[in-house]
Design a protein around this ligand. Structure first.
Ligand SMILES: Cc1cc2nc3c(=O)[nH]c(=O)nc-3n(C[C@H](O)[C@H](O)[C@H](O)COP(=O)(O)OP(=O)(O)OC[C@H]3O[C@@H](n4cnc5c(N)ncnc54)[C@H](O)[C@@H]3O)c2cc1C
Length: 406
């Protein structure tokens, strides 16, 4: 086993680092300056376009699609450095979640129409799957798409859709047939976000800005169906595989750790740096181990993906689940180490470490995006470990027993 990168890959790493060093302010602190205010959002939008012009947003995509045609491992190197610098690309859903399955299921026309806009950082896509009665149970989607000549007409609602700014396209699941089992009657559509009849209502959460989206007789041309009619559920499952990928995550954690060590070194509550406190050193040791795990999991997944022709499709990744499970503990440890100051939000003149302790605690409460902890466990248990599912007839028996008990 060789954990080193090739000389070309190291050169690519330096090139990406130089891009960020040349374009970010000298006092930039990635973890403290996420794209939250409109000013920050605009900053990242501008930088996203610059990165897109160089092909850095989607280095693994073909040159015709706006990428650089690099290998999976090289793409991993670019993602790693991008994550190290904490780039908050407004178009990240298009880049990471919607674009990759568009390569797999899109027609040639769809690919040439949509992929370059994502790769150049111009077009913003949002993944609109969740509904009031269809979250973990995606098969329950009820946003209805009815055929009407050359179009589908959509009526219904999506909810909790991450949307930090104005979007251009919605990558949307809708019901095209009433059938049992329900998941065989769903299709995937690529919808103009500004189509007449689409409206939005704000739904700010602890972590990110989300919206409700309403569809009122929205006309969607038939050539905006992605993949096969009534196979949208399967296309959505492939989309989740891309969404849950953690390649690059380890580098973001490394940068966070470097900044945390810096903070502990300079923070001297009783004249002694916090870095000398044994409890703090314990906390840092835990984080260093977790960081290493995330790094290894991410690269294992990237390597497996690069070998998919020989090894078959990669097993689901555990990194995202691991991160959800430990992040609340990590945030609490940080608050404990900082004492009462840990509870002050960014914006208070007394807050320390840019209020990141309170901020990360709030964000860590939100474990629903990209599937809840339980759903991620089910995926890992079934697809990763090959554990059997409970047969449907037992589920019915269990439900009947619960109902009988009242
Ligand atoms: C901040 C935020 C951003 C989001 N962004 C997006 C987005 O951009 N696009 C999008 O489409 N959606 C988005 N979502 C929605 C998210 O994907 C859903 O919240 C998630 O899929 C869970 O669905 P639900 O909220 O309906 O919960 P439910 O599915 O109702 O689940 C409720 C609880 O029951 C548990 N549960 C459900 N089924 C099972 C089971 N079979 N076995 C064991 N336990 C189970 C769940 O784990 C959970 O704890 C976002 C959500 C949040 C909070």
């Amino acid at each position: 086993m060789d954990f080193r990168f090739t000389e070309e890959q190291e050169k690519l790493r330096t090139e990406i680092d130089d891009f960020f060093l040349d374009n970010l302010p000298s006092d930039y602190r990635p973890r403290g300056q996420r794209g939250q205010t409109m000013e920050q959002y605009k900053f990242w939008m501008d930088l996203q376009r610059k990165a897109g012009a160089k092909g850095y947003l989607t280095p693994g995509w073909s040159k015709e699609s706006g990428g650089l045609g690099l290998s999976d491992m090289e793409q991993g190197v670019v993602m790693e450095e991008t994550s190290y610098w904490g780039a908050a690309w407004p178009g990240s859903q298009g880049i990471r979640v919607c674009g990759p399955p568009l390569h797999v299921f899109g027609t040639e026309e769809q690919k040439s129409k949509f992929l370059p806009g994502i790769a150049k950082g111009e077009d913003i896509w949002y993944q609109a799957f969740t509904e009031p009665d269809a979250g973990s149970d995606e098969a329950n989607v009820s946003l209805r798409a009815v055929e009407d000549g050359d179009n589908y007409i959509l009526n219904g609602q999506k909810t909790f859709i991450t949307a930090p700014g104005q979007g251009d396209y919605l990558y949307t699941l809708a019901r095209t047939q009433d059938v049992t089992p329900k998941h065989r009657g769903i299709s995937l559509f690529l919808i103009d976000a500004h189509s007449p009849g689409v409206s939005y209502s704000a739904l700010p959460t602890l972590g990110v800005f989300t919206v409700d989206i309403f569809f009122d007789n929205v006309k969607v041309p038939k050539d905006r169906l992605l993949g096969e009619l009534n196979r949208g559920f399967y296309h959505a499952m492939v989309t989740f595989e891309f969404e849950r990928s953690t390649t690059g995550g380890g580098a973001g954690a490394r940068r966070g750790m470097e900044e945390l060590i810096d903070f502990y070194r300079n923070e001297k509550p009783n004249g002694k740096p916090l870095l000398e406190n044994p409890a703090v050193r314990d906390l840092l040791a835990d984080r260093a181990i977790e960081m290493e795990l995330v790094w290894l999991q991410g690269w294992f997944a990237a390597w497996h993906f690069s070998q998919r022709d020989k090894l078959g499709s990669p097993p689901p990744e555990a990194g995202g689940l691991h991160n959800k499970v430990v992040s609340a503990d990590r945030a609490k440890q940080l608050i404990d180490a900082m004492g009462l100051y840990g509870q002050l939000r960014r914006g208070s003149k007394y807050c320390k470490y840019e209020g990141r302790a309170a901020g990360s605690w709030e964000v860590s409460r939100s474990t629903h995006p990209a599937g809840t902890i339980e759903v991620n466990k089910i995926v890992l248990g079934g697809r990763g470990l090959g554990l059997p599912r409970i047969p449907a007839k037992f589920n019915k028996e269990i439900r009947a027993a619960i109902e009988e008990r009242g």
